[in-house]
Each structure stands twice: as structure tokens, then as C-alpha cells.
Design a protein around this ligand. Structure first.
Ligand code: GAR
Length: 197
């Protein structure tokens, strides 16, 4: 039997973090197997990236709300994740708040990557918030997901300097480069027992 962690990845966007996780699983640096990629956006890049890497992927309708899952959708996500055998859930640009039954079903097993040094700049477009504020350094945070918005226990952070010539777009690009090493490395440390929650 495989001793790899069964990991599900949820995302709404282009899927660059999924690619970094898939590569780390393939080269053995992340002792995990991606058993499901799910998205709330039918034509999201993350579903195409999943297909390119031969990973099971599906769109799951998020229901009637804009920023969270409705009750039926929450059940559909939990059912799909359970059917996939997922033990851990990694959010990779999943732009909906998870609460209630979802977090109870995967208690202390949901991890997120956020594009700022939390607790600074929670919420949307954190790189733009940091740029607009004028901070000289920002970065990314891997954290446990709890009932708040970007409030769970911090597992690791990567620092990215803000350059005078940065625009929000160039800054986000460099933050994402940092994400692509920090996320797989942190999940590996978590699954190897090097990080205790
Ligand atoms: C990432 O930069 C991630 O940090 C951010 O969405 C992007 C997804 O990119 N997440 C959030 O803002 C969550 N609040 P990707 O689809 O290329 O991985």
C-alpha cells in the first residue's frame, strides 16, 4: 500500500500552484498523491493544468452565492473529496470561504497559500493591497484554514522585497515564484511530521 498522503487541491484560477505541487509529487520531494483537483469555475486553468498532468479533475458547481459555497454545494464538495479518498486538502487560489460542514469534515486538514505576509493584507488581491500601501517587503504565507478569513495557524512564510519599479502585476509574479517553492516544501514538512500543529 502507498504511504503517500492523499491530497486534494481546490482552486479557481490559472493553476500555477497546482503545477508546482504536481511536479513535487512526481519528483518525490512531496510525499503525496493528488487524488482530486476541484474547481468552482468551469473553465478555470487549474482544470486544464490537472488534465495535462493526468490528474482527476472536476468542476463542482458552487451554488448561488458569490463568495462561499451554498449548502448543497458544500455537500457536493465534501462528497467528492471523500469519494476521492483525500486525507488533506490544499487550497491553491480557491476564492471562496470554507466554513461549517466542510471544515468539520476535514478538521485541521485544510491548508491555504495566501499572497501576503499574514496577518497583513488578508482578503482579495493581497499583492495589490501591499503595493498600494507602500510596504517595502511582502511575500506569501502557508497557513491552516479555520473559520476566519486568512486567520489560521501560520505554518511558513516567504519574504519578497517590493522594488521601486514594481507594479502590482510584477510584484504578484515574484510572489508567485516564491509560492511555487514554499507551498510544496511546507506541505512536505507537514506530511513528514517536521511541522506540528
Ligand atoms: C495565488 O497567488 C494564491 O496565493 C492566491 O491566488 C493565486 C492563485 O494562483 N490566493 C489567494 O489570493 C487566496 N486568498 P494560481 O491559480 O496560479 O495557483
Amino acid at each position: 500500500m502507498s504511504d503517500k498522503i492523499k491530497l486534494a487541491v481546490l482552486g479557481s484560477g490559472k493553476g500555477s500552484n497546482l503545477v508546482s505541487l504536481a511536479k513535487a509529487c512526481a519528483n518525490g520531494s512531496l510525499p503525496a498523491e493528488i487524488v482530486l483537483v476541484a474547481s468552482d469555475v468551469a473553465d478555470a486553468g487549474i482544470l486544464e493544468r490537472a488534465a495535462e498532468y493526468g490528474l482527476p479533475a472536476k468542476f463542482i458547481d458552487p451554488g448561488k452565492f458569490r463568495t462561499k459555497l451554498d449548502e448543497a454545494a458544500e455537500t457536493a464538495y465534501v462528497t467528492a473529496l471523500n469519494e476521492s479518498g483525500a486525507e488533506w486538502v490544499a487550497l491553491a487560489g480557491f476564492m471562496r470561504i470554507l466554513k461549517g460542514d466542510f471544515l468539520r469534515a476535514f478538521e485541521k486538514k485544510v491548508v491555504n497559500i495566501h499572497p501576503s505576509l499574514l496577518p497583513a493584507f488578508p482578503g482579495l488581491e493581497a499583492w495589490k493591497q501591499a503595493h498600494d500601501y507602500g510596504v517595502k517587503a511582502t511575500g506569501c504565507t502557508v497557513h491552516m484554514v479555520d473559520h476566519g478569513i486568512d486567520t489560521g495557524t501560520i505554518l511558513a512564510q516567504g519574504v519578497v522585497p517590493v522594488l521601486d519599479e514594481d507594479t502590482p502585476t510584477t510584484l504578484h509574479h515574484r510572489i508567485q515564484q516564491e509560492e511555487h517553492t514554499l507551498y510544496p516544501r511546507t506541505l512536505a514538512r507537514l506530511f513528514n511530521g517536521e511541522i506540528r500543529i
